[in-house]
Design a protein around this ligand. Structure first.
Ligand SMILES: [Cu+2]
Length: 240
């Protein structure tokens, strides 16, 4: 019975696994799912992306080495029924020093670009900044342009290439402002101002999202960034 079952059971071959992998990878398509931080469109976003890339490659190296050593040990030293009891050991100072020092060096190599990135993104640039006030509400985003006397809801309109300086507050609970193609997440608090800045590289319509659970409609607290040419932006200001 069991022999026949095994013979008739369909085999999942490598081609099927590859097809499954291709299907899963298709879910990462930036055309259909543009809310991604992996395709940065500003200097601010590139700083974070650079740290993420470096960390990923370090992690990949650690994964391959550790899993490789594990598989080697499993197959090379696997027990056989008539094996004698292996030699018993109690620690190895040399090995322990090596596996403490190497991870410490890897963490230091990751910490340097991380700390540099924190300082670079925290420093508000000088020059011709477009000041915009961001107010988080349950459950929508208010954008105020004091320079032009314009207020919008869920639509951050910006001129490409010009640095925007966002001063962020909340009208109620804690939210988090996240325009993934342009900048990392920045929490938005009632009674405390946080700041964010970026200059868009290219024009287009890009999604953003509140990323701090802020109540029953949190998932719908989305917005979009409309990056326009300076001429289009001037026309938009004139129309408003
Ligand atoms: Cu929110």
């Amino acid at each position: 019975m069991s022999v026949r079952n095994a013979a008739t059971r369909p085999r999942v071959g490598p081609v099927s696994w590859l097809c499954l992998l291709a299907l899963a990878a298709a879910g990462c398509s930036p055309e259909r799912y543009p809310q991604t931080a992996l395709l940065p469109l500003s200097e601010f976003a590139r700083i974070g992306d650079h740290v993420q890339d470096q960390t990923f490659y370090w992690a990949l190296g650690v994964f391959v080495l550790v899993e490789g050593a594990l598989l080697y040990a499993i197959f090379r030293f696997r027990g056989r029924p008539d094996d004698p009891e292996p030699k018993q050991i109690h620690g190895n100072t040399t090995v322990e020093i090596i596996w403490t020092v190497i991870p410490a060096l890897i963490l230091a190599a990751i910490a340097v670009p991380t700390v540099r990135g924190i300082f670079e993104t925290a420093a508000i640039p000088r020059g011709d900044l477009l000041e915009i006030e961001v107010v988080g509400h349950q459950w929508w985003w208010e954008f105020r342009y004091p320079e032009y006397g314009i207020v919008t809801a869920n639509e951050l309109v910006i001129p490409v290439g010009r640095t925007v300086h966002l001063r962020q507050n909340s009208a109620d609970v804690i939210h988090s402002f996240w325009p993934p193609r342009f900048a990392g997440k920045r929490d938005v608090f009632p009674g405390r101002e946080t700041r964010l800045w970026f200059a868009a590289d290219s024009t287009g319509l890009y999604p953003g999202q509140c990323t701090e659970f802020c109540g029953i409609q949190h998932a719908r607290m989305a917005f979009h960034v409309l990056s326009q040419t300076p001429q289009e932006f001037e026309r938009w200001v004139a129309r408003m």
